[in-house]
Design a protein around this ligand. Structure first.
Ligand code: C2O
Ligand code: CU
Length: 464
């Protein structure tokens, strides 16, 4: 059991007890997994896909019998998937129909500063903002979410997030599973009270229910063939290690920043909050009628169902022209580094003081620039989790980076591609290399456990 926040102090007062609070009875595998709809542009004029979206509060039944209050993009929970194409800009006109400020961030995107949706670049209730994404970067399974400082944790938790799948010709040329066999699976944790209503409190690291594409512990009917499953950990705080209950193989083909150089066969994929993994599962190895549970082996919570995530039901056969090539991608060689710097993540661990989160022993101050980076630089960042019991992770805006070393060793195959978020278990150090040759401007980097960044585990870099 790994505490994500120390007990005691101001947070504890509104943090539900991690033990002794019985989860509501949530039946397993009784609802179908929702397929997240694809957003439709209002215009494609001039080779630009333009979308209009309004954030609004809705109430919706998530657990049977009770309606919960959600914060949504256009009433959808989670938000619709945006399908973007490399070289083809996307414009999003977003109106704020909520009563709190919001900011729309494209996580993993190479985006000009005025469209990055940083924590302080918020839009007031009733306001509107146009975000422009040039989509010049290679294919990647990105996601978008709210980022309004101090508000982001609850906003994302209550529904302000969605997937953004950027494709390109290099990806299209591969015979991977496509269309109905290429499926987004967003996993997040949620706390429901005894009546089945969604509850939010900051620092709640032991939420009692898992949602998959917005539904509790669903089942997904699949054909006996290969599927490309785009897993995203959209939780605020929870980490997952996903495996099939029968110990069957998963083939990981992609991570945050698109395809890996080579597929790798594994029993599990590890996702800290904000990370993504593209995985191919070949269900043809199961006879029709087989049911296979997807489990989570990171058991931080007390809930008895913490080990279950969803179930795949193999219900029919289907043709399968797809395959997973042994080479997926050639990444450009890393340039010679032009400099280096260190980052230390640490928060109060003693259990008495009100939890505060720190990056380089400072709480986030939007007026301060913490790192001046020369435009064009390619830097080694050595990031350390200085806590001994609390995990963190590390996310940079604007760039996709490469993991060079984890605790002095070469990273494993899951970290062999482009990344925008890396996990840092207690005491771990990761060296990564990032190249700042796209946009100049001011961007943040932070722990992606959203309650930690909301408490100040975030800093600012200025690229000029
Ligand atoms: Cu996913 Cu600064 O965010
Ligand atoms: Cu953290």
């Amino acid at each position: 059991l790994v505490p994500l926040l120390t007990a005691g102090g101001a947070e504890a007062a509104n943090t539900p007890a991690p033990t002794g609070s019985a989860p509501p009875p949530v039946p397993l595998f009784t609802v179908p997994m929702p397929l997240i709809p694809v957003a439709r542009p209002v215009s494609t004029d001039g080779g630009v896909d333009t979308y209009e979206v309004t954030t609004r509060k809705v109430t919706k039944e998530i657990l049977p019998g009770t309606r919960s209050e959600l914060l949504t993009y256009d009433g959808q929970f989670p938000g619709a998937t945006i399908k973007a194409r490399r070289g083809r800009p996307v414009v999003i006109r977003q109106r704020n129909g909520l009563d709190v400020p919001i900011s729309r961030h494209l996580h993993g995107g190479s985006v000009q500063q005025d469209s990055d949706g940083g924590p302080m670049d918020t839009v007031d209730p009733g306001g509107e903002r146009v975000y422009t994404y040039a989509n010049k970067q290679p294919h990647a399974s990105l996601w978008y979410h709210d980022h309004a400082h101090h508000q982001e944790a609850e906003n994302v938790y209550r529904g302000l997030h969605g997937s953004y799948l950027l494709s390109d010709e290099a990806e299209d040329a591969l015979p991977l599973p496509k269309d109905a066999y290429d499926v987004v699976i967003q996993i997040s944790d949620a706390r429901f009270d005894a009546t089945g209503r969604l509850q939010y409190s900051m620092g709640d690291w032991a939420r009692n229910t898992l949602l998959v594409n917005g539904a509790p512990y669903p089942y997904f009917e699949v054909a006996a063939r290969k599927y490309r499953l785009r897993f995203a950990n959209t939780s605020n705080m929870r980490f997952f290690e996903l495996r099939l209950a029968d110990g069957g193989d998963l083939t990981q083909i992609g991570s945050d920043g698109g395809l890996l150089p080579r597929p790798h066969t594994t029993k599990s994929v590890y996702l800290s909050s904000g990370e993504r993994a593209d995985v191919v599962i070949d269900f043809s190895r199961y006879p029709v009628g087989t049911q296979v549970v997807l489990q989570n082996t990171v058991a931080w919570g007390p809930a008895e169902q913490v080990g279950q995530v969803m179930r795949f039901d193999v219900t029919h056969t289907a043709d399968d022209p797809s395959s997973v090539p042994s080479v997926l991608r050639t990444l450009p060689p890393l340039p010679a580094p032009t400099g280096s710097r260190t980052v230390v993540l640490r928060m109060d661990e003693d259990g008495r003081a009100a939890p505060k989160a720190y990056l380089d022993d400072k709480v986030y101050d939007p007026q301060r620039v913490d790192a001046f980076v020369r435009h064009g630089a390619s830097e080694i960042w050595t990031v350390t989790n200085a806590n001994t019991t609390i995990p963190h992770n590390f996310h940079m805006h604007l760039v996709q980076f490469r993991v060079i070393e984890r605790d002095g060793k070469a990273p494993g195959p899951a970290e062999s591609g482009l990344k925008d978020t890396v996990v840092l278990q207690p005491g771990e150090t990761v060296r990564l290399q990032a190249t700042f040759d796209t946009y100049a401007g001011t961007y943040v980097y932070h722990c992606h456990m959203l309650d930690h960044s909301a408490m100040g585990m975030m800093a600012t870099m200025k690229i000029a």
